[in-house]
Design a protein around this ligand. Structure first.
Ligand SMILES: Nc1ncnc2c1ncn2[C@@H]1O[C@H](COP(=O)(O)OP(=O)(O)OP(=O)(O)O)[C@@H](O)[C@H]1O
Ligand SMILES: [Mg+2]
Length: 246
């Protein structure tokens, strides 16, 4: 089956094992263009694994997974092409310390997309403006707060002009104030129509920004729905998770 043009990601009974241990046991959900999907669940429930399958950092063991039209379960996947379309941001920002903010952001457009220096710089300033960091373009990473570095890391992904952005607990290393400024950047991206899948422990944020919430438990999507899901969980497992998580 082909994915519809509107579907950016589609999991169809996806499984993933590490050795003998099956972590994903038949995950099914789709992400439509412009949609924000939040993956929540207990530590070890497979949220990061599912996210990493989307851009091929992990290979699925069974089922079908389509990302931006690429069949990720197929034997040959054009990972280089895929990664130009899918950005990912992790908890750690890993900016190059010896490069300025602008140079960090320009790197991939220059090297991967072969852009000229001037065009890459203009693009860098554009995406830095999107994350509110254009005034720090000439700073070095060590001169920035954790939240500012994370916003630069988001800008660096945006500079590839991705069709899909993946976020894995991008605020877990930040204190509450810095967390807020990063979450506002993500909210703005959502409002601008970016398609996103995000793993988060910030339940209030998930409720407000996500079109769909996927509660992962025992290797499957245990319960799914809109933000209301968190106020009115159906399963005892989600009720317990929300009770502990808020
Ligand atoms: N490369 C790997 N090799 C072996 N086991 C792995 C590997 N990556 C993840 N796992 C296991 O898969 C399970 C799910 O891990 P995953 O990182 O997806 O969980 P998570 O839901 O993101 O948890 P957390 O909220 O703590 O980040 C864990 O039991 C983990 O130990
Ligand atoms: Mg994780």
């Amino acid at each position: 089956m082909e994915t519809s043009v509107d579907e950016v990601v589609r999991f169809n009974k996806v499984s993933k094992a590490f050795g003998q241990v099956e972590i994903l046991k038949g995950v099914s959900f789709s992400v439509r263009r412009g949609e924000v999907v939040a993956l929540i669940g207990r530590s070890g429930s497979g949220k990061s694994t599912a996210l990493r399958c989307i851009n091929g950092l992990e290979r699925v063991s069974g089922g079908e997974l389509h990302t931006c039209g690429h069949a990720m379960h197929a034997s040959a996947v054009d990972l280089a092409a895929l990664r130009r379309e899918v950005g990912i941001v992790f908890q750690s920002y890993n900016l190059f310390p010896h490069l300025t903010v602008a140079e960090n952001v320009m790197l991939a457009p220059r090297k991967v997309r072969g852009m000229a220096r001037k065009a890459a710089h203009e693009l860098a300033m554009h995406v830095l403006r999107q994350v509110g960091m254009e005034e720090r373009a000439d700073y070095y990473p060590e001169q920035l707060s954790g939240g500012q570095q994370q916003r630069v890391a988001i800008a660096r992904s945006l500079a590839m002009e991705p069709r899909l952005m993946l976020f894995d607990e991008v605020t877990s290393a930040l204190d509450p104030e810095l967390t807020g400024e990063v979450l506002r950047v993500i909210e703005r991206l959502a409002a601008d129509g970016m398609t996103m899948v995000l793993v988060t422990h910030e339940m209030a944020f998930a409720r407000s920004v996500a079109d769909q919430i996927m509660f992962m438990h025992q290797g499957i999507v245990w319960e799914a729905g809109s933000g209301k899901l968190l106020d009115e969980p159906t399963t005892p497992e989600l009720r317990q998770f929300v009770g502990n998580g808020l």
